[in-house]
Design a binder for this molecule. Structure first.
Ligand code: FMN
Length: 371
């Protein structure tokens, strides 16, 4: 039998060829929120990585929701046209299914890109006022965000729906909502960043209210046959913060709203987080959510070896694995994993002659390239 990592998987009407997803990765290379030629090259390359699902980077629902001035957005006709161009390229050269991650950076907005140390950008440097559930900065030297009013929260729910409608017009196959890594939705969930005293703060039910309102609105705007997932930080890795027990409660509510997968990440909210980094260090979260909630999960975080990825699927710890840095380093990661695990990689016919002759018989690969 072929490797479980290369078995198909179904999410509503979306049929995936294998269990590998390219994790969303900001490129900080957009202009006014619109993707550029860099994205054509980058996503065009990753569309042929052998992963069955390619998730486009964190794409923000309003300009103030961008981490950096170069972050991707889906709030204008120009953004929509630019994304349509990238999707068209991916469709014309690959069979990979395409997802997009929608987000709002919250208090982590208005910074320089990582290659400029992610320094906070003041208005005179092209920055803007970051927004958050409460006026609490992420740490010393960071800009203090302004707390959103209840009216602004409602308006943001509508902005998520508007971006969903644009994503559907472009023709994406799946949506992922970014509720992790210390961005706006995660900031509402965690008691470390949410000190509101209205119906959006305090109890767990209140802290979950805004993310759940966003998911309900997104689900209503997204076709019933298309899947929608949510990326969460399963823990803040910090005392007194969000944790796996609260994640389980949230995941149950998300499931009731028609969410199809939970992408189980972690951290990103506070500077004093202590993360036990190691191969597959977040996999236990995916396993726990999958078992306790009965929902599909994505495992992510330092999954770099084909055998580890395969074991996660074989042992029922997750339904999909997502890799980020592994694909930047080796954009053909899934071809190489297939060969290592005795599966047939789907190599574009133009590249078939590149396969080292000693690796495996090429007949099946030629057939796969034609399908
Ligand atoms: C360059 C880069 C950009 C990233 N951008 C995003 C993003 O847009 N959305 C997101 O949820 N995670 C983002 N991440 C996190 C990755 O999706 C992933 O969760 C993390 O890197 C751990 O997986 P890995 O060990 O396979 O890299 C980014 C990571 C990298 C390296």
């Amino acid at each position: 039998m072929s490797s479980p990592l290369f078995q198909p998987f179904q999410l509503r009407s979306l049929a995936l060829d294998n269990r590998i997803m390219v994790s969303p990765m900001c490129q900080y290379s957009a202009v006014d929120g619109s993707m550029t030629d860099w994205h054509l090259a980058h996503l065009g390359m990753l569309a042929n990585s052998g992963a069955s699902l390619l998730c486009f980077e964190m794409t923000d629902v309003e300009p103030a929701g961008r981490i950096t001035p170069g972050c991707s957005g889906l709030y204008s006709d120009a953004n929509e046209a630019a994304l349509r161009r990238v999707v068209a390229l991916c469709r014309s050269t690959s069979r990979a299914k395409l997802a997009i991650q929608l987000a709002h950076a919250g208090r982590k907005a208005s910074t320089a890109p990582p290659w400029e140390e992610s320094k906070p950008l003041r208005p005179e440097q092209g920055g803007w006022q970051p927004l958050a559930p409460s006026a609490i900065a992420m740490g010393e030297g960071e800009i203090v965000p302004r707390a959103l009013t209840r009216g602004e929260i409602k308006a943001l729910v509508a902005k998520f729906s508007e971006s969903v409608i644009r994503a559907e017009r472009i023709g994406f196959d799946a949506l992922e909502l970014h509720s992790a890594h210390g961005y706006l939705l995660h900031e509402f969930l965690s008691p470390l960043s949410n000190r509101r005293d209205d119906e959006y703060g305090g109890t767990l039910a209140n802290r979950m209210r805004f993310p759940l309102e966003v998911v309900a609105a997104m689900r209503a705007a997204w076709p019933a046959h298309k899947p929608l997932g949510v990326r969460v930080s399963c823990t803040d890795w910090a005392e007194g913060g969000w944790d796996i027990e609260q994640t389980i409660v949230l995941a149950r509510e998300l499931k009731k709203l028609g969410c199809d997968w939970i992408d189980c990440s972690g951290g990103g909210l506070v500077k004093n987080q202590v993360i036990p980094v190691g191969p597959g260090y977040q996999v236990p979260f995916a396993e726990r959510v999958r078992r306790d909630v009965g929902i599909a999960t994505v495992a992510v975080g330092l999954i770099t070896e084909a055998r580890l990825a395969e074991a996660i699927i074989t042992e029922g710890k997750a339904d999909l694995v997502a890799l980020a840095r592994g694909f930047l380093w080796d954009p053909r990661w899934a071809w190489h994993a297939a060969l290592e695990l005795g599966a047939t990689p789907r190599i574009p016919p133009q590249y078939l002659r590149g396969r080292p002759a000693h690796r495996a018989p090429a007949t099946a690969e030629r057939q796969a390239a034609r399908t």
